[in-house]
Design a protein around this ligand. Sequence first.
Ligand code: AHR
Length: 490
Amino acid sequence: MTAVASVDVSLDAPPTTYAREVFGHFVEHFHRQVYGGIFSPGSPLSDEQGFRADVVEALRELAPPVVRWPGGCFVSSYHWLDGVGPDRRPHYDLAWRVTDPNTFGTAEFVAWCRAIGAEPYVCTNAGTGTAKEMSDWVEYCNLPAGSGRWADLRAEHGSPDPFDVRFWSIGNENYGDWEMGAKTPAEWASLVRESAKMIRHVDEDVSLLTAARADLGWTLPLLTAAGSNLDLISIHGYWDVLNLVEAPSDYLTAVGRSLGPQSDIERTRDILGAAGLAERVGIAFDEWNLRGWHHPDGDRPELIAARDLNDVNSTYTMADALFSASFLNACLRHGDVVKMANIAPTVNTRGPLYVHPTGLVRRTTFHVLAMYAHLLGGRVLASTALADGLTGADVPVIDHLATVDEAGTRLSLVLVNRDPTAAVACDVRLGGHVLDGAYDATVLDGPSADAYNDVDHPGTVVPRPVTVGVHAGRTSLPPHSLTVVHVDLP
Ligand code: AHR
């Protein structure tokens, strides 16, 4: 029996705006994300700064608003001073247990962000670092030459003008025992309070974030101590952890995780409410992806094997694409509180771009990000849906989102059919009326639910323009698909 669903979009309630930073990115010094990913001096594909020009060009297609860097777990043993100026000091990275040459540091990161058209977002070391080291880094980046030792050092290093980094975060996952210099909730609350104060005394205009989680025991003391000095709290989510021994989840298991992000957002929003900060502090989902990376306790060969397994392209299928669409829908539906989200990572391991020595592959998730960046309006319309359950998973068969442009004349309706093999009959009502007619649309589906792109077949899953027919309100959504339909409003 064909599954059925209905979507009702209201044109009465005022649309809500959302922050474009929810289409953000994350690049970590981990595996081949920086070295051999975005930065490969000497490669024939790189420009004079050592940036892979093909990667820059591909990322520009996503109009990325913001990139978080340098970690991740990496940051908790990173000291920024090793990565600035002419004399770079290699350091042994305690998180990933490799030597980092530090040839890609603050100036390179800022220049790379400018090349792809994104705002830089710097995450500081609150594990083995100090509040003073954090505020010195802010001075190095943001104060005019002549203000002090670190601003002058930047000028000496050839950048007289401030880098003007707007987004700063205190720490990364400092609640986790895998993190170098992990903290107790009480230690964390006190360190963040002091760090935020010192950072604001250097530059009071920065947008300040810190490591939190959807957990009352960690986040409430943090908000009580430092909430009035924060703009956003950062949470992370990976819903299908890859590890050394198990194969990645099958399509239904993976897609069945699609409601996870929404419940994490709602739980975190409730914690902000409990602290009395729901109106003042937002959420940054500043690492997210369906596939997470297992942190093995094994020896080096196992670590290397785990990193390489993360690069297997066949892992990243339409399940990843549809999960990602549901993730973004959840953020946009909660645009009043979710102000940033950063797919983790941007390149290699589980990222939307797979970069290899002679080229790159746009994985399925790349196309989802491109569709959201270019096909949606800037405001979300109120809407509701009713749908059958997806057979074999505990989620509705469809997900949806409705946006409208600034002029209020173009509606973009996002429809996700999670069924791996069957079309879904979907009724659409707009402002109380059934839709009827033929509409321009873009669909991403690929030949099967398990389809993916790889080096030999980079174009197996690509978006395609279609005309969607709606007859007396009913349309048919292809199996395992993401569709964005455009409707002109009177
Ligand atoms: O992506 C690998 C790691 O996953 C990041 O460094 C960390 O923040 C998260 O746990």
